[in-house]
Design a protein around this ligand. Structure first.
Ligand SMILES: Cc1ncc(COP(=O)(O)O)c(C=O)c1O
Length: 408
């Protein structure tokens, strides 16, 4: 068991102090200074081992230091890291081909993050609106959404805490309640060009679209000539038990955005579009680093490994197992209110606002997770997580919650 106090060990504390002197205060960091990782485990600077159910925030799909990534980085770095997008490079074409072959989309734009992928989607929508909807430009997003931290993606994000400090925000985003298609239809005006949704609102607390909702929204978009953008930055790449979450709702959006798990921890983002929505022409959009050979070679290696290991199916079965074990725990642990999510995107809501204290206790007992709110914990382990590791994590969680109940 890990043995830190609430602030971490002496050497962790020293690193945290150094951090606090030179880094901008953007992150409410978890008191743990990570030194290395392997599989589903990480070690801190003192050599203490933790089970990692945070997975780099749904990024480290193959776990830490997987051989395929180590080898792909070394191979590609020794061959070609970056050339600019003024030249053709092989890995970019190969990764785009892989994505097109494994999705309903025709074209890919590569960038470096989820927010950038959504920015690309908004620019596509605005340009498409000029040609197809007489200059319509407004995008409808959902209450409780999260689409990133750039100015436009904050403007599409509902949470006032992320918006207020930066107002006035770029104009052109309207909000409607999630899972209410009538409200969405009512909000459509002549100026509306697109709808952006997450199939499962992740940062917003882990709320999935209702069974009919996405199909109904799809229908509204067809009838009103709007683009449907699905933000699969968190739900994509097998996380929810299918390669792309939207297939579980039986629909196809016009544009899908990706990042997080796409290259298993190497920074990359992508906007994928059907031919009719892929309206960029030379000069419309660009990214110096976007689609660089190194990121794309790693992305391709990761996608092939996910395929080879059958990790999408594994995420579905192990995710179901994980949720069922949590349900079992909920039956004997009264602090647990609800289990939500799909595949390995799992939220656990507590009856009390103690999520942050529980997290620190979990860390002390050797498990890393994260909190979506004062009541909700999130578990997003690597897709390679084993049944034994799930059992181990749940045993740690049970001990932490039992200790809380005993102290109540
Ligand atoms: C659904 C969704 N969209 C967009 C983003 C932003 O991605 P990034 O942090 O890579 O810009 C996130 C990040 O958590 C996300 O969950």
């Amino acid at each position: 068991m890990a043995t830190h106090g609430p602030q971490g060990s002496a050497s962790s504390t020293a690193w945290m102090e150094r951090e606090s002197r030179v880094l901008m205060r953007t992150y409410g960091r978890y008191p743990l200074v990570v030194d290395r990782g392997e599989g589903c485990r990480v070690w801190d600077v003192d050599g203490t081992c933790y089970l990692d159910f945070l997975g780099g925030l749904a990024v480290d799909v193959l776990g830490h230091a997987p051989r395929v990534i180590v080898e792909a980085v070394a191979r590609q770095a020794g061959q070609l890291i970056q050339t600019s997008n003024l030249l053709y490079t092989l890995p970019q074409v190969e990764l785009a081909e892989f994505l097109v072959d494994h999705s309903p989309f025709d074209r890919v734009f590569f960038c470096n993050s989820g927010a950038e992928a959504n920015e690309a989607a908004f620019k596509l929508a605005r340009k498409w609106g000029k040609a197809n909807r007489r200059g319509a430009y407004r995008v409808i997003a959902a209450d409780n959404s999260f689409h990133g931290r750039t100015l436009a993606t904050v403007a599409a994000t509902a949470n006032p805490a992320y918006r207020k400090p930066f107002e006035p925000l770029p104009e052109g985003f309207d909000f409607v309640p999630f899972n209410n298609v009538d409200a969405l239809e009512d909000a459509v005006t002549d100026d509306t060009v697109a709808v952006i949704l997450e199939p499962i609102q992740a940062e917003g607390g882990l709320f999935a679209a209702d069974d009919r909702y996405l199909a109904d929204v799809r229908q509204v978009c067809y009838e009103r000539n709007l683009l449907l953008i699905l933000d699969e930055v968190q739900t994509g790449v097998g996380r929810t038990g299918t390669l792309w979450a939207h297939t579980q709702w039986g629909i196809e959006p016009d544009i899908m955005t990706l990042a997080k798990g796409l290259a298993g921890g190497f920074p990359i983002g992508a906007a994928l579009a059907k031919e009719g929505a892929a309206v960029f022409e030379p000069g419309d959009h660009a990214s110096t680093f976007g689609g660089n050979p190194l990121a794309c070679a790693v992305g391709l290696a990761v996608q092939r490994e996910i395929d080879r290991l059958g990790l999408v199916e594994h995420a579905k079965t192990i995710g179901r197992y994980f949720s069922e074990r949590l349900e079992d725990l909920g039956a004997r642990q009264p602090l647990i209110k609800e289990i939500r999510g799909r595949g390995l995107l799992i939220g656990l809501e507590l009856h009390q606002e103690i999520a942050r204290e529980v997290l620190v206790d979990l860390r002390d007992r050797g498990l890393i997770a994260n909190a979506l709110s004062a009541r909700t914990l999130r578990f997003i382990p690597p897709l390679i997580v084993s049944q034994e590791e799930v059992d181990e994590g749940i045993a740690i969680l049970e001990a932490a919650l039992d200790a809380r109940s005993a102290g109540c």
